[in-house]
Each structure stands twice: as structure tokens, then as C-alpha cells.
Design a protein around this ligand. Structure first.
Ligand code: SAH
Length: 255
């Protein structure tokens, strides 16, 4: 690696370390310092060089270990000291990862950077849950949205979410699930539309709960699902029963 400081914004994938890219593994082994988020799985951190400094930047919901501005400044500081910095984020850094914001700050300070894409939760988690996001019989398009609530309401473009033959993938949608199901039905989606929630996708504790828009909020409460959890809505969810291949502790079918 060169002598001047540089930041590598690296996607760690959804959890299973086998889903890391070769470039990510190489950089983890060569970096001077790793700044990582809570979504990065312990198995991924096993690839970090034993001599590298590890800094936990946190950012779990309601537990903001470091504010975004502090993280931005930290990256600038470390790179200015001439260090090779890996900024490691769960999934893909450019999909609901605030990676763009961090790079803007680096660009402002003239710090060199590179981006290494990762397997985003939508594709990684859906694969491990046996739910193809598109399928010629069920869905010809797929939309990714964030279900993160502001002031208790999800400010989503509901009409765009209820299109036929489309799969909806919702990141950060666990807290607002009841509201999301309710709004989709109010806007015309069938109460029987299949929906899956996948907790801890791609690691041993993966749990898949399948239901419908009408019964999912109740199921989620009784299943005690926890973050990180990905929501997949659409007819493709029906394929889970047939295609699930990864070990699961729970799989309920729509009624
Ligand atoms: N940049 C990340 C997403 C960060 S937003 C990516 O590309 O995947 C965080 C959300 O991602 C979580 O709330 C959850 O909805 C989803 N997510 C990430 N990893 C997950 C996993 N292993 N299992 C289920 N959902 C996951």
C-alpha cells in the first residue's frame, strides 16, 4: 500500500464472511486501522490483521456510539496521519450505508479514497432465505426502501410500493412493520400478500418468519424478532417453502 493516507470504504456483506470480496479480505489484512459498524459480523473481523487497530463506531438504533460527524472527522484524522484506513460497513456501503456522506467529507479534505462494494442485505439475505427477488412467474421488478420511521410514521411513497409483479425489500423496517403493513393495505395491497421477515440473514442464528400483510405484525410480536431484520414483500415469498436451503430455526407459512 502507498505511504500517503487513504480510506477504503469497504462493504462487509450481510454476515457470512464467505460473502466478502477478495479485495475486502486483502484490504482487511493490510490496513493499519479498521473503523467498523455494529452490523459487521464477528466472523468478518476474524480476517482483520492482528496488528491493525480496531475502532468500533457503533450506530445501533438508539445507541449512537459515535455521531456521524465524529466518524467523518475520525476518518479524516486517521488518513491525515498517513494511515491506511478501512472503513468497514455491513452489506454494501452505498446502499443505506451513509457511505456517500463519509466520502463527501473526505473529498472536502482532499483525502484519497476507494470504494469496495459488498453484498447488500437484499441480495445476500434473500439468497440465504431461499427467496428469489425476481422470478418470471411472480415479479419482474424489485424496489429497495428504508422503513426507518421519523416521528412514528414511515414517509414512503405507498402507491409505488403496491405495484403488481414487484418485490418490495424494506431495510430497517422492523420497528415500523405494523404501520407499513397497514399503509400498504390502505393503499390497495391485498391483505393476503405474502411477506417475510429475515433476522440475522446468512449467519447461524438466521430466522425466517413468513406470513401475510394482515397477520405479520402479530406474528412478529410473538416471534420476538430482533434487528437486523430485512422485510421482503411480494408473491416471490411463496417460493421460500420450496427453496429454503439454509438452516433456520423458524419457518411459518402463510395462512
Ligand atoms: N448497507 C447495508 C444496509 C444498512 S441499513 C446493506 O447494504 O445491507 C441496516 C439494515 O439492513 C438492517 O436494519 C436490516 O434491515 C438490513 N440488514 C443488514 N444485514 C442484515 C442481515 N444480516 N439480516 C437481516 N437484515 C439485515
Amino acid at each position: 500500500m502507498p505511504d500517503v493516507g487513504r480510506v477504503y470504504l469497504v462493504g462487509a456483506g450481510p454476515g457470512d464472511p464467505e460473502l466478502l470480496t477478495l479485495r475486502a479480505v486483502r484490504l482487511l489484512q493490510q490496513a493499519d486501522v479498521i473503523v467498523y459498524d455494529h452490523l459487521v459480523s464477528p466472523g468478518v473481523l476474524d480476517f482483520v490483521s492482528p496488528t491493525a487497530e480496531r475502532i468500533y463506531a457503533g450506530k445501533r438504533r438508539n445507541e449512537h456510539t459515535m455521531r456521524q460527524e465524529q466518524i467523518n472527522l475520525l476518518l479524516v484524522k486517521l488518513a491525515s496521519e498517513g494511515k491506511q484506513v478501512v472503513r468497514l460497513k455491513g452489506g454494501d456501503p452505498f446502499i443505506f450505508g451513509r457511505g456517500g456522506e463519509e466520502l463527501q467529507e473526505l473529498a472536502k479534505h482532499g483525502i484519497a479514497f476507494e470504494v469496495v462494494p459488498g453484498v447488500t442485505a437484499a441480495s445476500g439475505v434473500a439468497s440465504y432465505a431461499g427467496i428469489p427477488l425476481t422470478h418470471r412467474d411472480y415479479a419482474q421488478s424489485c424496489i429497495f426502501v428504508t422503513g426507518h420511521l421519523k416521528d412514528g410514521t414511515a414517509d414512503l411513497d405507498w402507491p409505488s410500493l403496491i405495484r403488481l409483479h414487484q418485490t418490495v425489500v424494506i431495510y430497517m423496517g422492523l420497528g415500523g412493520l405494523a404501520e407499513i403493513c397497514h399503509q400498504m393495505m390502505v393503499h390497495g395491497a391485498s391483505p393476503a400478500l405474502p411477506i417475510a421477515l429475515v433476522q440475522d440473514g446468512s449467519i447461524a442464528s438466521q430466522k425466517v418468519v413468513v406470513g401475510t400483510l394482515s397477520n405479520m405484525p402479530e406474528r412478529v410480536a410473538s416471534e420476538n424478532l430482533k434487528s437486523p431484520c430485512l422485510t421482503i414483500i411480494g408473491e416471490v415469498v411463496k417460493l421460500h417453502d420450496e427453496l429454503a436451503w439454509f438452516k433456520q430455526t423458524t419457518a411459518l407459512t402463510p395462512q
